[in-house]
Design a protein around this ligand. Structure first.
Ligand code: GLY
Length: 379
C-alpha cells in the first residue's frame, strides 16, 4: 500500500504471461460479481469473514479493522473500468469510514483509510481526501510508546503486533503530505523497533512483541494467531514482507529493503511445494492445509519488491513466485466460483485459536487478492 507516494524509483516492470493476465482478468470479473451481490443484498454492511460461505452471521469480530477493504475493492473495480456503478459505490463506502480518521481504539487505520481515502485522493488529486489520510496518520501516531519506540497494538499498551507494519505507512504518507518530520520519525522508529525485536535472523517474524511499560525494555516474542510463541505465523510474515517493502518505498531506507528481502526469501523457501501456506509454517501437522489470505498479500508484496530491488535475478525470482501464487489462487479450489459461496477467495483463516473464520473467505483476503490481480492486469 505504498500507492503513488513512493520516494524510490521502480527499477523495472516485469511482464506477466498473457495467459496469467487473462486468468487474472476473469478472476476480477468473479470478484466484482461477488462484491456487487454483497452490496445489493446487505447495503452498508462490513463483514469480516464468511461462515459456511455466507457473509452475514452474528459471530464475533475480535476487532474492527476490515471496513476499508470493501470500498478499496470498489475503487479498484472503478479504476480498472469494470462498470459505471463502482465510482459512486466506492465514494459511498469510503464516506462510511471517514470518521475512523479519529479512531484511537485500533492500530489498523492504514487498512481502513488507505484503500479508500488515499486511493480516492490519488485518483482525483483531491486535497479534501488527503486531509482524512493525514488525520488518520496523526491519530495512529498517538499510539507511540516513546520509551519502547513502537506503536501499541489494539490489545494492550505493552504489545506490538507485526500487523502494524501494514498500517505504519499512513503515518509516512501523512508526513510526506505535511512535511512533518516528527511524524516520519515516529514511523521510522516503529519500523526499527519491529525489525530489531520481531524479525528473526532467518527472515521469519514473531506475531507480537511484549515490552516493559516502565522502562520500554523488550521482554519476549509471543503470538495471538500463530501456532506458538516461537513459530512463524504465515500471515504475519506476509504483513511484514509487504509492510517493509512499502516502508522502503515511502522512505528510501535500505535497512527496510533488506528486511523485506529477508522476509521474501523465507517466504519463498517455505512455499516451494505449494505457494499457498498453512496458517503457520512451523506447525508440524497443520489441521488445515491453507491460509489463502496470506498468499494473496505476499504475492502483492513480492510484485512490489520485484520492481524495487537492484538485483535482476532476485527481481525475477520474486516476480515468478508471485505469478505462480496468482495462478494457484485463481484455480477453482480457491476462487469462489460457486454462486452459493459469497466470498471471492476460499480457504482463508482469521483466528484458528479462537475458531473465528476458519477455512472461510476473509475480507482482507478478498481485498489483497483483488489488489494483486489489479497489479497483474495493469502489467
Ligand atoms: N489481526 C489481523 C489479522 O488477522 O491479520
Amino acid at each position: 500500500m505504498y500507492w503513488n507516494s513512493r520516494q524510490v524509483t521502480e527499477k523495472r516492470t516485469l511482464p506477466f504471461a498473457a495467459s496469467t493476465r487473462d486468468t487474472a482478468r476473469a478472476a476480477l470479473g468473479v470478484a466484482a460479481g461477488k462484491v456487487e451481490r454483497l452490496a445489493e443484498q446487505h447495503p452498508d454492511y462490513f463483514p469480516l469473514y464468511t461462515h459456511e460461505g455466507r457473509w452475514k452471521h452474528g459471530k464475533e469480530s475480535w476487532t474492527n479493522w476490515c471496513e476499508g477493504f470493501l470500498g478499496g475493492q470498489m475503487w479498484l473495480f472503478h479504476e480498472l473500468g469494470l462498470g459505471d456503478q463502482w465510482r459512486a459505490r466506492a465514494e459511498h463506502y469510503s464516506v462510511l469510514v471517514e470518521q475512523r480518521q479519529h479512531d484511537r481504539d485500533v492500530h489498523d487505520l492504514g487498512f481502513v483509510l488507505c484503500p479508500t481515502w488515499q486511493k480516492w485522493a490519488e485518483l482525483d488529486g483531491g486535497t479534501e481526501q488527503k486531509k482524512v489520510v493525514v488525520q488518520g496518520g496523526r491519530t495512529m501516531a498517538l499510539r507511540l510508546n516513546d520509551q519502547g519506540g513502537f506503536l501499541r497494538s489494539f490489545l494492550a499498551p505493552d504489545s506490538n503486533f507485526i500487523d502494524i507494519m501494514m498500517n505504519i505507512g499512513i503515518i509516512a504518507l501523512a508526513a510526506l503530505e505535511t512535511g512533518d518530520d516528527n511524524l516520519m520519525a515516529i514511523a521510522r522508529r516503529h519500523c526499527d523497533t519491529t525489525r530489531k525485536y520481531l524479525v528473526r535472523g532467518d527472515g521469519s517474524v514473531s506475531h507480537e512483541g511484549i515490552y516493559d511499560l516502565g522502562t520500554g525494555e523488550f521482554l519476549r516474542q509471543t503470538t495471538q494467531q500463530g501456532w506458538r510463541n516461537d513459530s512463524s505465523w504465515a500471515r504475519g510474515l506476509a504483513w511484514s514482507l509487504y509492510g517493509f517493502t512499502s516502508m522502503y518505498a515511502l522512505t528510501g531506507d535500505t535497512h527496510l529493503l533488506r528486511t523485506a528481502i529477508a522476509n521474501a526469501d523465507y517466504w519463498i523457501e517455505h512455499t516451494q511445494a505449494d505457494p499457498v501456506p498453512p496458517n503457520d509454517f512451523d506447525e508440524p501437522h497443520p489441521t488445515r492445509p491453507w491460509e489463502s489470505s496470506a498468499a494473496a498479500c505476499a504475492a502483492g508484496g513480492l510484485i512490489m519488491l520485484a520492481a524495487l530491488v537492484e538485483d535482476d535475478t532476485l527481481a525475477q525470482r520474486y516476480h515468478r513466485h508471485a505469478e505462480t501464487t496468482v495462478r494457484r489462487l485463481c484455480e477453482p479450489l480457491f476462487l469462489g466460483i460457486d454462486p452459493a459461496w459469497e466470498g471471492v477467495l476460499k480457504h482463508g483463516s482469521y483466528h484458528e485459536r479462537k475458531g473465528l473464520g476458519v477455512d472461510e473467505s476473509v475480507m482482507w483476503g478478498d481485498y489483497f487478492f483483488v489488489e494483486t490481480l489489479a497489479r497483474v492486469v495493469r502489467g
